[in-house]
Design a protein around this ligand. Structure first.
Ligand code: 2M8
Length: 424
């Protein structure tokens, strides 16, 4: 495994800030130079969190810039293209400019991403006390949540459905294998967009072709909510997406009074999500539910721990989930936290993207979950293990959970940003 010279905390922090500076385009932070040359939604929310203490000015610009891409429906797109076409699928595929709900002055994708922005705004407020900024952003995030309620509650129980693997942020998670296999493969052959990374570590061409097909089908239906409800072949209630949404609802409840608003609708929404996750996704573990077959997808991934972000999670589920996280199915067997898929699953692959490697962002989310439940020992393990990863291998996209070697691209923004937070 590649070894880096030992760096102390101050030097690591300086390196992290330098990566974020290099990845700042003037209008937003790209997730990684070359590979991801635009602004991605949940990546930006993690950047806001990481910069909250160190560069609050930049954190504010990041969020403002991302939300310039928000649609009139309230949808916050998963990619905002402030720069020319440099990634596939780019603006010419999404054609947001042809859709009346999309913004006029900036091109975007047509999908959304985990709604982490409420939590990110709360994090920023917590570290800056900038209530004026909260007042500015709050109405936009209210509209984001309203979109999820109005257009994504495809199961009718209060959860938001993802309609594409890209919306989960965990593209090739084994949880999407079955629903994806039901889709046709039409050759587009654009996976070569992944420049500078080992293609064996990413999803196969056939999956990428299905991703593109699914995105174009949604586009051709005008990105309509009715189409999603009645016809779209991929609709899944994901515990990580909904756990993040719940955490953002709770954050919005705390921010609401600063914006002169009533916190109650946000707390009620959080309760609805909690109840629905317990009723529909829990069966000894939180699984994703495929709405097209109305079945749980029984593979346990790191997504299973999203509901732990909820301080109100009942103790039975909390204890069972933490036990599983600490067991030999997850961190108990690997040297480093937290594999993206349980290691005893047939689909587990320590080298392949969201099918096994550890990620700084999910480690950070679980550390946040440990904090809300006062699980100090677990929180410390997650912090130390994650810092060991970046100290040894640098700010890589993801890491082998057994030996800690770096995978995917280098100079990855959320790995750098969240390191800053972990060091604080
Ligand atoms: C990955 O997703 C993009 C598609 O959105 C891709 O693979 O091309 C995921 O890791 C996702 O979580 C992340 O937001 C994005 C940019 O870092 O890359």
């Amino acid at each position: 495994m590649e070894a880096r010279p030992a760096v102390d905390d101050a030097a690591l922090g300086r390196e992290a800030l330098a990566v974020l500076e290099a990845n700042w385009t003037g209008t937003g932070t790209v997730p990684a130079p070359g590979l991801y040359p635009h602004q991605w939604s949940w990546d930006s929310a993690f950047v806001v969190i990481g910069l909250a203490r160190h560069r609050p000015d930049r954190a504010r610009d990041e969020l403002v810039s991302l939300l310039r891409g928000q649609w009139a429906t309230g949808m916050v797109p998963h990619i905002v293209f402030h720069t020319r076409e440099a990634y596939f699928p780019g603006p010419s595929v999404w054609r947001s400019g042809d859709n009346r709900a999309a913004p006029h002055d900036v091109l975007t994708s047509g999908l959304t991403a985990p709604p982490l922005h409420g939590l990110a705004l709360w994090w920023l407020y917590r570290h800056t006390g900038d209530a004026a900024f909260v007042r500015q952003m709050y109405p936009k995030l209210v509209r984001q949540h309203a979109y999820l309620t109005a257009s994504r509650d495809l199961g009718g129980a209060g959860l938001a459905a993802i309609v594409h693997p890209w919306e989960s942020g965990m593209d090739d998670s084994p949880a999407w294998d079955q629903p994806l296999a039901a889709l046709p493969v039409i050759r587009y052959g654009y996976r070569s967009v992944y420049r500078g990374v080992d293609l064996d570590e990413r999803h196969p061409d056939s999956d990428h072709d299905r991703y593109v097909w699914l995105a174009m089908r949604y586009r051709d239906a005008g990105y309509g909510a009715g189409y999603l409800r009645d016809e779209h072949p991929f609709a899944i209630e994901d515990p990580m997406f909904n756990g993040i949404w719940l955490a953002s609802c709770q954050a919005m409840a705390e921010l609401a009074p600063l914006a002169g608003a009533d916190p109650k609708p946000h707390s009620e929404q959080a309760e609805r999500i909690r109840r629905a996750m317990l009723d529909r996704l829990w069966d000894g573990c939180f699984y994703a539910r495929d709405l097209r077959t109305d079945r749980l997808i029984r593979v346990c991934t790191v997504g299973a721990f999203g509901p732990l972000l909820d301080p109100g999670l009942p103790s039975d589920q909390l204890h069972a989930a933490v036990e599983m996280l600490e067991s030999a199915r997850f961190m108990g067997a690997t040297g480093y936290p937290v594999p993206s898929c349980e290691i005893r699953a047939a689909q587990f692959d320590r080298t392949r993207y969201w099918r096994g490697p550890s990620w700084v962002n999910t480690n950070w989310l679980l550390r946040r979950a440990a904090a809300v439940h006062s699980l100090d020992h677990l929180g410390q393990q997650l912090t130390n293990g994650t810092l060991r990863l970046v100290r040894q291998a640098g700010f890589r996209e993801c890491f082998d959970p057994f030996d800690g070697s770096g995978r995917g691209c280098r100079d990855f923004s959320w790995s750098a940003a969240l390191t800053l937070d972990l060091l604080a």
